[in-house]
Design a protein around this ligand. Structure first.
Ligand code: ATP
Length: 299
């Protein structure tokens, strides 16, 4: 289990991470989110033991970060960092040896992953000869070749086609099932929503949302009413508690302040003709993110 407790990191006068606490249990996928410059990379670098002059504590299974522990961490960086003149085999051996693995062990595990990702034939090809998506697979294999206990994935799906996104998702969920703790960072909220049961959102280094996604959605009072039928938008828009109304394809999405306005809105809508749908939905993580992060950013 990873535990980050009251961590603060300054670069000169700039507080890049401000009193941050969270934990990621074995077999849990945790979202670390925030706009550009929010402090995510700084947090990753502290977990990886690349920065040590910070306040607070970071432990994995109760132990402070040291070389023995970082051997059991895998990191897929947002900036791709492959040595493109090397062959796939040479590259993975390079990473594996850095993580204290033997060449024999690396070779065995590499064969398994190349087979899984459907790219066995590229084992001895130079990385620069591979397509962007296949290079991404190699980058991913380099992050998991050491069977990490903690895996950090920063924008893992960038540049992937939809079939490969599905393949990556399957592998990530398999690793979770085997007990790997995973930190997932992405600007694509629909991916975060799909994977993460718990998350932190950073604004200028400070966490503004922290906890289980289901609780975050419950606490966020606004709801969406989805209506299909012939309504008069002007009349609906003037109802108490209505924040906004949008037409998407053939449905209206009506955002209301909280669920106390559902009944009165239902009465209003039911007066129109041809209403075939009236459903109440929780807002998406994207809406919550934009609303909370937008508000905090201005302060
Ligand atoms: P992005 O999504 O753009 O990658 P991020 O959330 O990873 O952003 P960080 O890279 O952690 O953000 O940066 C947090 C803050 O710390 C920013 O204001 C950044 O300019 C600053 N910062 C990062 N690294 C350094 C450094 N080595 N020296 C000084 N300031 C830094």
């Amino acid at each position: 289990m990873l535990k980050v407790e009251h961590v603060t990191k300054k670069y000169g006068d700039l507080v890049a991470v401000n009193d941050l606490s969270f934990e990621v249990k074995d077999g849990e996928i945790f979202g670390l989110l925030g706009l550009n410059g929010a402090g995510k990379t700084t947090t990753f670098r502290m977990i990886l033991g690349l920065l040590d002059d910070y306040d607070g504590t970071i432990t994995i299974d109760g132990k402070k970060i040291n070389y023995e522990i970082t051997d059991k961490i895998g990191f897929l960086t947002e900036e791709r960092s492959l040595l493109t003149k090397l062959t796939v085999y040479e590259q993975i051996v390079y990473y594996g040896v850095l993580k204290s693995m033997t060449e024999e062990d690396i070779d065995k595990k590499l064969d398994h992953w190349l087979e899984k990702f459907g790219i066995k034939e590229y084992k001895h090809k130079k990385i620069k000869e591979l397509s962007k998506g296949n290079q991404q697979k190699i980058q991913f294999i380099s992050a998991i070749i050491n069977e990490p206990k903690l895996l950090i994935l920063d924008e893992p799906f960038s540049g992937l086609d939809p079939i490969n996104v599905e393949l990556f998702k399957e592998v990530i969920l398999d690793l979770k099932k085997k007990g790997t703790s995973i930190i997932f960072s992405s600007h694509r909220m629909e991916h975060v929503e799909l994977f993460c049961e718990k998350l932190v959102v950073l604004v200028k280094g400070k966490s503004v949302i922290n906890g289980y996604l289901s609780d975050i959605k419950k606490e966020y009072k606004k709801k969406n009413i989805i209506v299909s039928g012939d309504i008069d938008e002007n009349i609906v828009n003037k109802q108490k508690g209505v924040n906004d109304i949008k037409k998407v394809n053939k449905e209206y999405i009506i955002s209301i302040e909280d669920d106390s306005y559902i009944n009165s809105l239902f009465k209003c809508i039911s007066k129109f003709e041809n209403i075939v749908k009236f459903s109440v939905e929780d807002p998406s993580l994207n809406e919550i993110f934009i609303s909370i992060v937008g508000d905090s950013y201005d302060k």
